[in-house]
Design a protein around this ligand. Structure first.
Ligand code: NDP
Length: 446
């Protein structure tokens, strides 16, 4: 058995109840054999054994009181995965299905993603099995305050800087920041995704979705194409999906679907700016469901319990959650003429789906590369906080676009160097890994 395989077997034995984590580790490690062969010093220093083990995992009780005066208890986590190239950085996820294994997968991915951004950020992730859906603002606030009452002692602007993820948007970041400030008596950039009035960055809400489209635009450019007239399927209807759709519309593409965990909507003539504005109000302010769009507009069809991958499109953008696009759906997309898949979510395609995309030579970008615009702009928010200065929306957007292009090019070049031209999976893993591995080597046995 080779070195990579041996490490994989050990990871499987050690983490038997963490399927998403094992999937993420296998996906990365299975592409690294050529790098390990070229740089034997990595094996000698046991870099792989170390990189798959989080530096620290914090797990804690989060007691809070609901509106009826009942005691509630949830579980809180922070996985501080890797600090070789900077303070831990990565989002918080609040959703009822959150487990330690899920956050380990996300923290592991985050380590390579952050490395790709070119900014000095390590990898981390956290969250809770608390789901804000169906809770009142007061309940969400009490939960966030209790969560931060433990988390505050583990984080800091030079130690660990959390951000949002599923279930954690501007409202939750506000409550978390308020409590951190109150406990520590400091006003610092300890969280990103903050409100504009208190240290947030322009374009941070837009960044993940916009960045994913900038990356896809660059993939299209490599084949002499652009977005004009391209029919696109988008899944999800949260932060990433909304702004990704907005950028697609701006570039002349025709997004025809959006979804949530209950079903998807299909708009034959394309979602336009007015319809999107309504959807954003529905999701972000009224906190409604995607099926309500079809109730209001006759041109919108709703498919209960279905995902949007059976629709004939040129491009697909999974922006909801992990493993939301399987092998059968990938084959269906290819059969219907899809040539580009840009992942806005983390690990949305199953290994079988990825295999089909690669076999059919689709332009396929893995989330760790194409959704890195969010954390990159969080990095820009940290820089602005350190300087106590803020940049204009145009400045941030230009920097975001520059970063996405450099991530694209780094993936392209790494894949080409190892004989897999156009394979962004290989490229992203190798380029992301190399920087972290080099830093770990140079810092000794830590
Ligand atoms: P939001 O909570 O804003 O939105 C998530 C969306 O995905 C909702 O529409 C939700 O529907 C849907 N969804 C969740 N689970 C499922 C499921 N099992 N099946 C179908 N739909 C589902 O989260 P974000 O937009 O922030 O995050 C989406 C993805 O992007 C995640 O994978 C996240 O890790 C990733 N990401 C986010 C970044 C960011 O900056 N926000 C940065 C990089 C990656 P419902 O309302 O029914 O729950």
């Amino acid at each position: 058995m080779g070195y990579v395989q041996t490490v994989l077997e050990t990871v499987k034995k050690r983490n038997p109840n963490e399927p998403e984590f094992l999937q993420a580790v296998e996906e990365v490690l299975s592409t690294l054999a050529p790098v390990i062969k070229k740089r034997p010093q990595y094996e000698k220093a046991h870099i792989l054994e170390r990189i798959v083990e989080p530096e620290r995992v914090i797990m804690f009780r989060v007691p809070w009181m609901d509106d009826k005066g009942q005691f509630q208890v949830n579980r809180g986590f922070r996985v501080e995965f890797n600090s070789a190239i900077g303070p831990y950085k990565g989002g918080l996820r609040f959703r009822d299905n959150v487990t330690l294994g899920m956050l380990k997968f996300l923290g592991f991915e985050q380590t390579f993603k952050n490395s790709l951004t070119t900014l000095p950020m390590g990898g981390g992730k956290g969250g809770s099995d608390f789901d804000p859906k169906g809770k009142s603002d007061a309940e969400v606030m009490r939960f966030c305050q209790s969560f931060m009452t433990e988390l505050y002692r583990h984080i800091g602007p030079d130690t660990d800087v959390p951000a949002g993820d599923q279930g954690v948007g501007g409202r939750e970041i506000g409550f978390l920041f308020g409590q951190y400030k109150r406990i520590t008596n400091t006003f610092t950039g300890v969280l990103t995704g903050k409100g504009l009035a208190w240290g947030g960055s322009l374009i941070r809400p837009e960044a993940t979705g916009y960045g994913c489209v900038y990356f896809a635009e660059k993939m299209l450019e490599k084949r002499g194409e652009n977005f004009e007239g391209k029919v696109c399927a988008v899944s999800g209807s949260g932060n990433v999906a909304q702004y990704l759709t907005q950028k697609l519309i701006q570039l002349g593409a025709k997004p025809v679907t959006l979804s949530d965990s209950n079903g998807f909507i299909y708009v034959k003539d394309g979602i336009d700016a007015d319809l999107l504005a309504y959807i954003m109000e529905l999701k972000n302010v009224q906190r409604g469901r995607i099926k309500e769009v079809a109730k209001k507009y006759k041109s919108v069809k709703y498919f209960e319990g279905k995902r949007p991958w059976g629709v004939a499109v040129n491009c697909a953008f999974p922006c909801a959650t992990q493993n939301e696009l399987n092998g059968e759906e990938a084959a269906e997309l290819v059969k219907n003429g899809c040539t580009l898949v840009g992942e806005g979510a983390n690990m949305p395609s199953t290994p079988e789906a990825i295999e089909i995309f690669l076999k059919n030579k689709l332009m396929y970008s893995p989330g760790k590369a194409s959704n890195a615009g969010g954390v990159a702009t969080s990095g820009l928010e940290m820089s602005q906080n350190s300087q106590r200065y803020s940049w204009t929306a145009e400045e941030v957007d230009a920097k975001l676009k520059g970063i996405m292009i450099s991530i694209h090019d780094a993936c392209w070049e790494a894949a080409a160097e190892f004989g897999h031209k156009g394979n962004y999976v290989m490229g992203a893993n190798i380029a992301g890994f190399n920087k972290v591995a080099t830093a770990m080597l140079e810092q000794g046995l830590v």
